[in-house]
Design a protein around this ligand. Structure first.
Ligand code: OSB
Ligand code: MG
Length: 370
């Protein structure tokens, strides 16, 4: 597969409903998409970096020049036998894992299409349907949150995750549990607490949560191990698992009992597969995290979620929860049982909508091999 040209573009898409975490509120997404052009075959990838450097230091204004000045030139003109060769070609650049993942994942999609094989099979997936959960942001009032939970439960979702921060946590969980004693419930702090708050965090144990996601610092593993010893509730790491080595370290020292895998956060499918395998060998179940993706990134998350150790419901939800109109067809749909069924079509099994994407594009640059 010769990489002849790569297109980088930014699209703007308003969210159906704002999304608030402990680090802020988002109303509308600015999203970078890449298209790799390889001898008549195309592959698409989504850079999941945010509008601001709040979830991670990487954000779209750091991704764009890193892609055009370093990462895209490192791939142009190269002939590769498999997308697995991509990480080595990009390894000279440190960090910028979300930008790297956009390119690598686009190459996996192109490879699957070229081989006339479903992407999920190429990745080694087994599941023919995947269980789905939802991540519900901080709302203006607890009543509004309860109403949202009601809607998502009625839609069939199998796990409710709420965002928490000091002032929006124990009080809110109490209200949820008094209405729904039995639902599978978890929470995500996005690093809103410190180890000084262990007594406060211990109060979360009474709610029988499936997990508490990333309670402490975004780059920390060691203190999460200290905290896990103090809590009955399983800790799940998101931000601090950046590759297979950090997953192995976290597993070895008992920093978590569950891992959230985001393919962008770990730098692409190859590393995501390694994280999956490391966790499996340590008996740590994983689930697929989300970054408010469009259908392009969502389709990749779905393919990854078919791997064996993705045994917990992911933040992989229906297109319509995020967008008035998604940029793929068919849109991602979730059954009344809270499942997404996996297609046997080659590639992702979804088609992109070129006209809609063109309409949403605010900047675009195509770079070609010399
Ligand atoms: O921490 O999982 C997170 C969204 C943006 C940044 C970080 C996170 C999230 C979500 C949303 O929780 C998951 C989704 O529905 O895409
Ligand atoms: Mg998270």
């Amino acid at each position: 597969m010769k990489i002849e040209a790569i297109t980088l573009r930014e699209i703007h898409m308003p969210l159906v409903h704002f999304f608030e975490t402990s680090f802020g509120r988002t109303y509308s997404r600015r999203i970078l998409l890449v298209t790799v052009h390889c001898e008549g075959v195309e592959g698409w990838g989504e850079c999941v970096a945010g509008e601001d450097p709040f979830y991670s230091s990487e954000w779209i204004e750091s991704s764009w020049p890193t892609l055009t000045e370093y990462l895209i030139p490192a791939l142009l003109g190269k002939s590769i036998g498999s997308a697995r060769e991509c990480p080595a070609l990009l390894a000279r650049v440190r960090g910028h894992r979300m930008a790297k993942a956009a390119l690598e994942n686009a190459l996996w999609e192109a490879e699957a299409t070229e081989r006339q094989q479903p992407l999920w099979k190429l990745l080694g997936g087994k599941r023919r349907e995947i269980p789905c959960g939802v991540s519900i942001g901080i709302q203006d009032s607890v009543e509004q949150l309860l109403e949202k939970i009601q809607t998502e439960l009625a839609a069939g979702y199998r796990r409710i995750k709420i965002k928490v921060k000091p002032g929006w946590d124990v009080n809110v969980l109490e209200r949820i549990r008094s209405r729904w004693a039995e639902i599978t419930l978890s929470c995500d702090a996005n690093s809103a607490y410190t180890l000084d708050q262990v007594e406060h965090l211990r109060k979360f144990d009474q709610f029988h949560l499936l997990m508490i996601e990333q309670p402490l610092w975004n780059d920390d593993i060691y203190y999460h191990a200290r905290l896990q010893k103090e809590l009955r509730t399983a800790i799940c790491l998101d931000e601090s698992i950046v590759n297979a080595r950090s997953a192995a370290f976290a597993a070895d020292i008992g920093a978590c009992r569950i891992v959230n895998i985001k393919v962008g956060r770990v730098g692409g499918f190859s590393e995501a597969l390694s994280v999956h395998d490391v966790c499996q060998s340590h008996n740590i179940p994983v689930w697929c995290g989300g970054m408010l993706e469009t259908g392009v990134g969502r389709a990749h998350n779905i393919a990854l979620s078919t791997l064996e150790n993705f045994s917990l419901p992911g933040d992989v939800s229906a297109s319509k929860r995020y967008w008035k109109e998604d940029i793929i067809e068919p849109e991602v749909e979730v059954s009344p049982q809270g499942m997404i069924s996996i297609s046997d079509r080659p590639g992702t099994g979804y088609r992109i909508k070129p006209d809609l994407i063109e309409k949403l594009t605010v900047r675009k640059e195509t770079m070609r091999a010399k």
